[in-house]
Design a protein around this ligand. Structure first.
Ligand code: NAP
Ligand code: MG
Length: 329
């Protein structure tokens, strides 16, 4: 996998362009601020009136409508929530873009699954910083950067790669490593990882383990410590040392138990489920369901979100926060 650093990127390219940042949330704000601090002088924020527009003005940016931003930009970073890309691009961006403009995406979802179909005269690149927006900003200010996944999806001008790398360097990613991949690989593996491991699998594992203990008569507070609280400690250790390195620091009891039980919990059934998830991602089935829920006003997303907050494990967490607060009384 090719990797690029600041020394491989020409910052003067992006500094010489009119850059529109559409969306001013977690990524939009961070990217606009980092680009400005990297010497990009001509930035406009394309958002509708409201919280995001107010935040962009408070940070000293010129705020314009999305349509105006699209007609003005040499480079347009589309950083609204993914589900908003389809309508926004069709109605307010595509009709106004200049030929030869460069579209930048932080996630390949809308292009990979056809929610956005850029005209052939546009450059289209992926610049996906691997981090949560505010954290990327903090690191940039400290003189550091985060990895980013980078890919050229469409090169109409012959200049897409150099310009995209310049944009990525403007975010600070050249300080750490810009890894070249494709929108397809980034998008499909991102969806798979967040569903199977990060946001789907791990919370479900934790919750079901917690509820198994509680149903068997163990106090919820104790179950909460053993199944949830300590997860952070172990993950920090794994993050710092790798799994094998972390296992050098845990007890032999824990290590032996891990070898016995890991494959019992994550066995044939779990692997078959993972393969099914990957199929749903690759054939577009997942994105189709997601957009159908969005089009209906997110009834399923909102109902599930409410139910999540009402789980007993959340109440146990709140009780322990109250216990800790009493220490200060
Ligand atoms: P976010 O924090 O939820 O911000 C969304 C922004 O989009 C807000 O400024 C919102 O403005 C605007 N927006 C939403 N719908 C809109 C519409 N119909 N018209 C105009 N503006 C609209 O989003 P995010 O997490 O930064 O995600 C942005 C992109 O970055 C996505 O492609 C995501 O996959 C990608 N990404 C995110 C992260 C991350 O750290 N969160 C990491 C890597 C990649 P309003 O205030 O007006 O609603
Ligand atoms: Mg993700």
């Amino acid at each position: 996998m090719p990797v690029y650093y600041d020394r491989d990127c020409d910052l003067s390219l992006i500094r010489g362009r009119k850059v529109a940042v559409v969306g001013y949330g977690s990524q939009g704000r961070t990217q606009a601020l980092n680009l400005r601090d990297s010497g990009v002088g001509d930035i406009r924020i394309g958002v509708r009136e409201g919280k995001s527009a107010d935040a962009a003005r408070a940070d000293g940016f010129e705020v314009v409508s999305v349509a105006e931003a699209a007609g003005w930009a040499d480079v347009l970073a589309l950083l609204t929530s993914d589900e908003a890309h389809r309508d926004l691009y069709r109605d307010e961006i595509a009709p106004h873009l200049k030929p030869g403009a460069c579209l930048v995406f932080a996630h390949g979802l809308s292009v990979r699954f056809g929610l956005v179909a850029p005209a052939a005269d546009l450059d289209v690149v992926l610049v996906s910083p691997k981090g949560i927006g505010p954290r990327i900003r903090d690191l940039y200010v400290e003189g550091e950067g985060v990895f980013c996944l980078f890919g050229v999806h469409q090169d109409a001008t012959g200049n897409a790669k150099a310009l995209g790398l310049s944009f990525a360097a403007g975010l600070g990613c050249g300080r750490k490593g810009i890894l070249e991949t494709t929108m397809r690989d980034e998008c499909e593996s991102d969806l798979f990882g967040e569903q199977v491991v990060l946001c789907g699998g791990v919370p479900e594992l934790v919750n079901d383990a917690f509820e198994t203990l509680v149903r068997a008569g163990y106090p919820p507070e104790v179950a909460w410590f053993e199944c949830f609280y300590e997860l952070k400690l172990v993950v920090d250790l794994m993050f710092a040392r790798g799994v094998a390195g972390a296992f050098e620091k845990i007890s032999n009891t824990a290590e032996y138990g891990a070898y016995q039980t890991g494959p019992r919990v994550i066995g044939e059934a779990a692997r078959a489920a993972m393969k099914g998830v990957l199929d749903d991602v690759q054939d577009g089935g997942f994105v189709k369901k997601f957009m159908a829920d969005y089009d209906a006003g997110f009834p399923e997303l909102l109902a599930r979100r409410r139910a999540l907050g009402e789980r007993p494990i959340e109440a146990a967490g709140r009780r322990l926060a109250e216990v800790a607060a009493k220490a200060g009384e």
